[in-house]
Design a protein. Structure first.
Length: 298
């Protein structure tokens, strides 16, 4: 049975493995808003996941899309990828995915803000922002750490950002307890988007070795080593050996994809990205519905 306060819980999309129809449906069935990640999928694969989610829940859920960015200049990453793999650029099946999500209740966007005519195609749209300026630009475009520009400047912390942004906002980043939920609600967030806290749930597609590392107190850090775009993950050997990776997404993502896939198959947690928030030791290995209700204080 859905709980009233669970409506404040939004599942983070969790692209790259942890996102599954089962996880999205479990959060929605508990009264939250489940989300599917479209990133890295073909449009047809996304369509299949949407259909499966609809078979598992009659409640609303959302889908998150990556906004295509510009091509990186080859000279910025050529030396970096020399011994890693073949780089390439694509738009992540952008146009086809926009058609697939046409009737999804909530469509969110990361890595940029789509044009107003794109946002206007959907009933409800959210845009990921990490600064007051991005929030202002998103609001002007019609939208509600997916920074738009891949810069080295430290992002504004969540507590400060919630106070600096006016209008409807969903808080995201480091929220892993009922107390953190209450804190962001007190600062005006209408909901909280939570990712790492769900990554050890049995419904998630997190690889076992990744889930095991989430249960440790290992430090996290920001890196471009795996994808060419800043992302936070648990520190490992690959991050240390590729500390100065250039900004080139998705070129580096494709260049490292085979190496990362092999490391996952071999259970080598030092060879692939262990995406995680700073509060990852608080993630619990329990069903997603239970996590949703616990976070909501039910």
């Amino acid at each position: 049975m859905a709980c009233e306060m669970c409506a404040l819980i939004v599942l983070a999309p969790l692209a790259g493995g942890p996102s599954t129809p089962e996880l999205a449906a479990a959060v929605s069935n508990a009264g939250g808003l489940g989300f599917l990640a479209a990133g890295y999928l073909t449009a047809s694969a996304l369509e299949e996941r949407i259909a499966k989610t609809r078979a598992l829940t009659s409640r609303p859920f959302g889908v998150n899309l990556f906004v295509p960015g510009p091509k990186a200049a080859p000279e910025t990453y050529r030396e970096y990828v020399r011994d890693l793999g073949e780089p390439k650029w694509d738009d992540d099946d952008w146009d086809a995915k926009l058609e697939v999500v046409q009737d999804v209740p909530v469509v969110s966007f990361t890595f940029g803000c789509p044009a107003p005519e794109v946002l206007g195609r959907f009933e409800e749209t959210w845009v990921t922002v990490t600064s007051p300026d991005e929030a202002r630009r998103a609001k002007e475009a019609g939208g509600h750490r997916g920074s738009w520009e891949d810069e080295d400047d430290a992002p504004i912390g969540l507590i400060a950002l919630l106070q600096l942004i006016d209008g409807p906002k969903v808080a995201a980043g480091g929220i892993a307890t009922p107390e953190a939920m209450q804190a962001v609600a007190a600062l005006g967030a209408k909901a909280a988007q939570i990712g790492t806290a769900f990554m050890r749930a049995p419904e998630a597609g997190t690889t076992p070795v990744h889930a095991d590392r989430l249960a440790t107190e290992d430090a996290t850090g920001l890196t471009r080593a795996f994808s060419g775009r800043l992302a936070r993950g648990i520190r490992n050997r690959f991050m240390a050996e590729h500390e100065h990776a250039p900004s080139a997404y998705p070129e580096i993502h494709y260049a490292t994809s085979k190496l990362r896939a092999e490391a996952r198959r071999n259970g080598d947690s030092d060879g692939f990205n262990l995406w995680a928030g700073q509060a990852h030791p608080l993630a619990q290995a329990r069903p997603a519905g239970e996590i949703t209700r616990w976070l909501a204080g039910e």
